[in-house]
Design a binder for this molecule. Structure first.
Ligand SMILES: [Zn+2]
Length: 465
């Protein structure tokens, strides 16, 4: 019992515990002489002043002529850039452990890491711990724990066949309906269909979610992207490398065996009519795509290893597990994932260019090394590697996510009247995207948190806490 109490004390910190990471909490704040990347994709503007009143941005204007209200706390941010807080849509509160079949909830470290990395709003895209995700969101909203605003996804809607004992196997379409309504009643605000769901179950789940004004996304396999779009899915996770649409002998409602999907994408002519028609169909049906390049790059020998600061966040055993698996990949002669990552990047760019809503998330799963917070920054660098301008990468990570969630009137951009969710970085990410790593402050609803101090507080904890 004592250990339980200790765990609860660790997870649900006392309010004063969260307060020690607050760097700025004045009721009126003026950030002067800043460069602003506003999240719309517009060019960066230098020499501005942002006035924050309470939880809201009151004004954004030229520093030379800005009217700073009496009593404001003025912070000179010369040399810094201010961007909207990230709205990241494929996050998790769990991390792989025990050989990958069990995922441990990171209820202490991950919410902190997301916030420190600049994430002020996130959607989990799958949930291995049921009520834990819902209760962690509540603790954050109550101010007793540190973290972003969380759109909590219910436990996975999955058919039989997944070797993860934490996941329920749906029995039929009626079971899917029941599960959606149960978790919506308990406070889940989003749903995730998984690889072995049937068309009937996905259709039923989409209908029930939509009746309640909620959205459903999917990492699919047994159902093709085209079928899912027709069934009303709102978003497709991971993009095109998991699309089973191009497996020639695919059986309905069955996930092709082995690596047939990967082989079909590796062989796909991305300029051919198959790829172009699928993109056009997704755009026409307004299905979003969530880019998760951060997880895919871990499978690619030629991509860099996770940065040492992210590895320092890991428990020693978790770090060793990552390093062993990563070494095996870098020494392997199999180059399939090099091809797949490059194709995925090209297809995501084509989808966005065709008018599709591309959003981004980081998926801290796989064999490890995708560490919350650090991964969110890396996601922007990979979007630039995919051919997006730095300004477009920021827009995908901010405004696009807010649009998908239907909250773009309030979050996702920097403008008067918007919620004061802001990231302050040294340097200029519009010129050098790696500057997104230099976070000094993260404002969430007008309160400024000390990012380096939060990162420091979870060193060596990921994997267990
Ligand atoms: Zn995921």
């Amino acid at each position: 019992m004592l250990t339980h109490l200790a765990a609860i004390a660790l997870l649900v910190q006392q309010p004063q515990g969260a307060r020690q990471f607050v760097a700025v909490s004045d009721s009126i704040i003026a950030l002067t002489n800043v460069r602003v990347i506003d999240g719309t994709g517009a060019a960066a503007r230098a020499g501005l002043t942002i006035v924050i009143k309470g939880s809201t941005i009151q004004s954004v204007g030229d520093a030379a002529s800005a009217r700073i209200p009496a009593g404001a706390r003025t912070i000179d941010l010369t040399g810094r850039t201010v961007m909207p807080g990230y709205v990241m849509l494929h996050e998790h509160l769990f991390y792989p452990s025990g050989g990958g079949a069990i995922y441990n909830e990171q209820g202490f470290s991950f919410p902190r890491l997301y916030l420190a990395g600049g994430v002020t709003t996130m959607r989990t895209a799958g949930n291995m711990a049921g009520y834990a995700d819902i209760n962690i969101r509540q603790a954050i909203d109550d101010g007793t724990a540190l973290g972003p605003a969380i759109d909590v996804t219910a436990p996975y809607l999955e058919g039989p066949g997944l070797p993860i004992p934490q996941v329920k196997a749906l029995r039929d379409a009626d079971d899917a309906r029941k599960m959606v309504n149960y978790w919506a009643d308990e406070g889940a605000t989003s749903f995730k269909a998984y690889m072995h769901i049937t068309r009937a179950e996905l259709g039923a789940a989409a209908q029930e979610a939509h009746k309640r004004g909620l959205k459903i996304t999917g990492h699919l396999c047994s159902v093709t992207f085209r079928e899912a779009a027709a069934l009303g899915i709102d978003d497709l996770e991971h993009g095109f490398v998991v699309a089973s649409d191009f497996v020639t002998d695919k059986k309905p409602d069955e996930c092709p065996v082995g690596n047939a999907v990967q082989r079909s994408i590796a062989a796909l002519d991305i300029n051919g009519s198959g790829a172009r028609d699928l993109i056009a169909e997704l755009v026409r049906r307004r299905v979003a795509i969530t880019s998760t390049l951060t997880i895919f790059e871990t499978f690619v020998a030629t991509q860099p290893n996770a940065p040492s600061k992210a590895l320092d966040a890991l428990l020693p055993e978790a770090r060793r597990q990552y390093e062993q698996r990563r070494a095996a990949i870098t020494q392997s002669a199999d180059t399939t994932w090099n091809v797949l990552l490059r194709k995925e990047m090209q297809l995501e760019k084509m989808f966005a260019d065709a008018g599709g809503l591309l959003v981004v998330g980081t998926d801290p799963t796989g064999f490890g090394g995708v560490v919350a917070g650090y991964s969110n920054q890396r996601a922007l660098e990979l979007l630039v590697q995919a051919g997006f301008s730095p300004l477009d990468a920021v827009r995908i990570a901010t405004l696009n996510g807010a649009q998908y969630l239907g909250r773009d009137a309030k979050i996702g951009t920097i403008a008067a009247g918007k919620q004061a969710d802001l990231i302050v970085v040294r340097g200029d990410p519009s010129q050098r995207i790696e500057d997104v790593e230099n976070v000094e402050l993260v404002f969430k609803q007008g309160v400024g948190y000390d990012s380096p101090k939060i990162f420091e507080s979870v060193k060596g904890r990921v994997g267990l806490h």
